[in-house]
Write a protein that binds this ligand. Structure first.
Ligand code: NAD
Length: 283
């Protein structure tokens, strides 16, 4: 057990720095007469989605983007949504388009996301952007894993030659996370719901990224002494509190560095979305 407290990797701090860097570049573009447009598409009025959408819109406006939200009713047909996406794709004033997920059950998520112009796909979910990322040459990279990389860079966490274990293989977090770590010369193991003996994999990890969605699943006793622990999980407990996929208390006794939840990876996602919107406008 480590005698020293771990370094707390603050997403709040790094998100602030990321937003400041982005703001400077945005101001320079605006000064040259360019405008940057972001459109968030929200289908239905799910309360949780509305909170995220409002936050994104407010943040984008603060940076100087022209930020709009296209709100469509819950029962809008997929065909009507696709027509709206076509119109946004053709609109030169819109540089970034984000479809707020999840979509209503009557829609095919993949078909909807595939319809986006890949150059405007600021979430980085389009197969063209996934393909570019898998070849190590992506620019519009999914916001959460890209934000994790920004955090690791900010805190000068050495990656080359390290063994990283990513728990979770979703297209939104786990899979692109593993690709980014591999690009930074980590040796990467991906664990998932069918992995047998997760603990044995974690015991060998210099860097752990947890993106599972199970509260406090990963225990400190499973981790290697001095591991760097990145907790992507956001889980709401019955008492209303938020926790990650890692048991912070026990993991803190072993880790050399760890992200808290909340205040860790979470703030990086919106900050990276703003960075991606800027990149889409610059392309
Ligand atoms: P997901 O449900 O799409 O994927 C979960 C992954 O966990 C799957 O690949 C599955 O194979 C794996 N898994 C499930 N049970 C497992 C087990 N027992 N052992 C090992 N692996 C297991 O979820 P997601 O969209 O990737 O999100 C994961 C978590 O990250 C959630 O808590 C989500 O809320 C959070 N999240 C946070 C942010 C952020 O901004 N911080 C962004 C996206 C997602």
């Amino acid at each position: 057990m480590s005698e020293q407290s771990p370094l707390i990797l603050s997403g709040k701090t790094v998100a602030k720095a990321t937003l400041m860097r982005t703001r400077q570049e945005v101001q320079a573009m605006l000064a040259q007469g360019h405008e940057i447009g972001l459109c968030v598409v929200q289908i239905g009025r799910c309360a949780a989605s509305s909170i995220y959408v409002n936050r994104k819109e407010a943040r984008a406006k603060k940076l100087g983007f022209i930020s709009t939200t296209l709100r469509l009713p819950e029962d809008v047909s997929e065909e009507a949504l696709l027509e709206q996406i076509d119109a946004l794709n053709a609109n030169d004033g819109v540089h970034g388009i984000l479809i707020q997920l999840p979509l209503p059950k009557h829609m095919n998520e993949q078909r909807v996301l595939d319809r986006l112009d890949p150059k405007k796909d600021v979430d980085g979910f389009h197969p063209i952007n996934s393909g570019l990322l898998s070849q190590g040459r992506g620019t519009l990279i999914p916001c959460t894993p890209k934000g994790v990389m920004t955090m690791l860079e900010h805190y000068e966490i050495a990656l080359s030659g390290k063994h990283a274990v990513v728990v979770g293989r979703s297209n939104i977090v786990g899979r692109p996370m593993a690709q980014l770590l591999e690009k930074s010369n980590c040796t990467v193991t991906i664990c998932h719901s069918r992995t047998t003996n997760l603990e044995a994999h974690l015991a060998m990890a210099d860097i752990v990224v947890a993106a599972v969605g199970i509260p406090k699943m990963i225990q400190g006793e499973w981790l290697k002494e001095g591991a760097v622990v990145i907790d992507v999980g956001i889980n709401r407990l019955e008492d209303g509190t938020i926790c990650g996929d890692v048991d912070f208390e026990s993991a803190s006794k072993v880790a050399s560095a760890i992200t808290p939840v909340p205040g860790g990876v979470g703030p990086m996602t919106i900050a990276t979305l703003m960075e991606n919107t800027l990149r889409a406008a610059q392309a």
